[in-house]
Design a protein around this ligand. Sequence first.
Ligand code: FAD
Length: 472
Amino acid sequence: MNRYDCIIIGAGVIGALCARELSKYKLNILVLEKEIDVGCGASGANSAIVHSGYDPVPGTLKAKLNVEGNKMYEAMCKELDVQFRRIGSITVANSEEELVTLAELAKRSEANGVPYKVLDEKELKEIEPNITASAKGGLLCPTAGIVNPFELVVAAMENAMDNGVSLHLAEEVVSIKKDNGFIITTNKGEYFAKYVVNAAGVYSSKINDLVNPHTFSVRPRRGEYYVLDHFQNGYVKHTLFNVPSDKGKGVLVSPTTHDNYLVGPSSEFIEEFDSVRTNKDVLDNVRTNATRLVDNIPYREQITEFAGLRAVGDTHDFIINEADGFINAAGIESPGLTASPAIAKMVSEFIKDKEVNPQFKPSRRKVIRMEEMSIEERDALIKKDPKFGRIVCRCEAVSEGEILDCIRRNCGATTIKGVKRRCRPGMGRCQGGFCQAIVLDILAKELNKNPEDIMYANANSYIVLGPTKEGK
Ligand SMILES: Cc1cc2nc3c(=O)[nH]c(=O)nc-3n(C[C@H](O)[C@H](O)[C@H](O)COP(=O)(O)OP(=O)(O)OC[C@H]3O[C@@H](n4cnc5c(N)ncnc54)[C@H](O)[C@@H]3O)c2cc1C
């Protein structure tokens, strides 16, 4: 049986950043992930906002770790070469009643130590010309930002692996036995670990039940979105929020790090733990709520829809604790993405007597992003390697060279969606209609697999099943 100092269950943003944080120490670490790629849970399907912290109830872990995490983003994203922009957020009030809630949120910002400015109607409409005509005022929080969340998971895991962490994909934890440490059984084998970190997202209460039965519960609450193409730079400049309610932060309209626009999410408790389908009625309701932010959103620019599952704990706060070496980072709903670097630090502090790893490298190799290069830089790169001159994705202008790079790294892509989320072929208007077959071919050749063995996103998402004709 392989022995580890620490086994982390789940490779979302929490598992990946815990792995990276712990790789700063001389520890033998394994990450177990049931899916065939990292970031397949909530961490890859959310609003991508680095919240300022104006909203969580003061004194909660959510409030504390949100504000701490927010402050860590610049340095972390610089080290990991992850796209992040501090664009600020505005919570928009549409009625006298909502202006009262806004004043309460301003007090909450104060209590949480979050900078803010209350905007009157005129100031709001000057800053955001496309804001709804019915807007009466707003709460501007300049420290809010936007990040590429899937890239953050990949980057954190890649860097953790560069620093010696092992990652086993397609390996599901099915039982855990306490035995002077923990014996962890998966669908593939058995391991021993002194410490276990439960970072299993929506499944985190099921993992906790294996060790401490029924101490808390976590339920999935689905959020559905529209994604609009990058049709106009600065259509909205900040993340615009509805005034929050007991169902969460409400709907937002926000730019993404690639200047697409997100409209969503909805908020519905569901029974299934893996259902990320979208529904017309729910999305119609999102549209109605979004009109309270921006009039006449151009839905003809919509290129796709998606849904993510929030891990809602019954304690109404993050569940982060340790007992006898079993560490919960459970029920990490919003603002979990924001809080993730601070959560990783907190988890690391539970592991005692660890020695610093003097070889720890904080940065990963820079990502090759041709979209950010000058013509001269592109020209030089293409001269060095002509594959950077072969454009595979016409919508997002992604080259074969960039696709190969994202496959060849630690924590590299092995699926169509893995490539799409790492370097964007298929993210544009045609959603892979033109480039998917080429990406499949590149993956098969690069991974030395049959095309039939390349999956779209998860273990059974076959794309091609076999030849339809013999010969030519
Ligand atoms: C709709 C929506 C919008 C959100 N918007 C924001 C936002 O704008 N800003 C913000 O800060 N936060 C936001 N969040 C919250 C944020 O996305 C989450 O807090 C964060 O991604 C949680 O990360 P995680 O690693 O805990 O969970 P996940 O990303 O879900 O990862 C858990 C992983 O554990 C794996 N796993 C589960 N069971 C097992 C097992 N038995 N064996 C092995 N592996 C297992 C899963 O496959 C999964 O990969 C949003 C969430 C949602 C759903």
